[in-house]
Design a protein around this ligand. Sequence first.
Ligand code: PEP
Length: 266
Amino acid sequence: MRKIIIAGNWKMNKGLDETRDFFQEVVSALRGVELGSIVPVVAPAYPFLAEALRESFGSDILVSAQEVSLNSDGAYTGEVSAAMLKSLNLPYCIIGHSERRQYHNESDANVQHKLLKLLAHGITPIVCIGETLAQRDANQTEAVVLAQLKGCLQDVPLKTGTEIIIAYEPVWAIGTGRTATPEQAQEVHALIRSWMMENYSGVVATNLSILYGGSVKPDNLALLLACEDIDGGLIGGASLKAEDFIEMVKIAREADLLIGLCQSGD
Ligand code: PEP
C-alpha cells in the first residue's frame, strides 16, 4: 500500500520561534490520532531543522530539508551536503523545485546528481517536476514531464519504488491560488506512473508515491486525493498555518479510510 504524504514546503518562511510554535501545536494536535498510511512531513529552512527534529521527536511528524548541495564537501560557501543532512538523520529532502529551477538555473542533470547523493546517504528525495503555463498552453505538458522524469532519473536504480517520491507541480499552479483540476492532475500522475511501469517495473510503479503540488489547501485536498494516482500533496502556502496543516492531515486520513472501505467492498 502506498504512503499518502502531506508535505509542507515552508520555503523561506518562519524563524526559530515560529518553527518551534508550529511543531508544538501540530505534535500536540496529532498526538494519539491514528494516522494509518498518512505521513505528515514538514520542510523548514536549514537553520531550524535541528529545532524541528527536537520538537517532533517521538511523534509521527517527519522533517525534510528543502535542498541539498551538488557537492560532497569542501569549499562551497553556503552549501549543505547530503552527508550533513544525514548526520541529522533527516528522512527526506526536496530537490528540483521549480523555484530552484527558475532562480538558480537548476537542470534535470543537477537534480539527478543530487538525487544520487541523497540515495547514497539513505535520504528519500522528493523530486519536483512540472510544466510552465506556456508549455501547457502549447500542449507540451506530456513531453516536458516525461523529459524531466527521464533526465532526473537517468541511471538511477530503483527496486521497490519507495526509494524516491515524485511531486508533480505545474509551475502555473504554485503560489498562484490556481490549482490544477483533479482531472488535469490525475492525467499527469497516471502518465508518470505508466512511465515508471515501462521504464522500471510494476512493483516500482505501484509503490511510488506521487504527490500533487500547486495551491493545495484544506478546501481542495479531498477531491485531489480521491484521484487514483494522487498520493498526497507538496504544499507551500497552506502548510504555514498549523491549523490548516493539521486539517489537511486529518482530511488525508479520512480520504484514506474511505478508499479502504470502498476497496474492501463494505
Ligand atoms: C510549493 O511550494 O511546492 C507549492 C506547491 O506552493 P503552494 O502550495 O503555495 O502553491
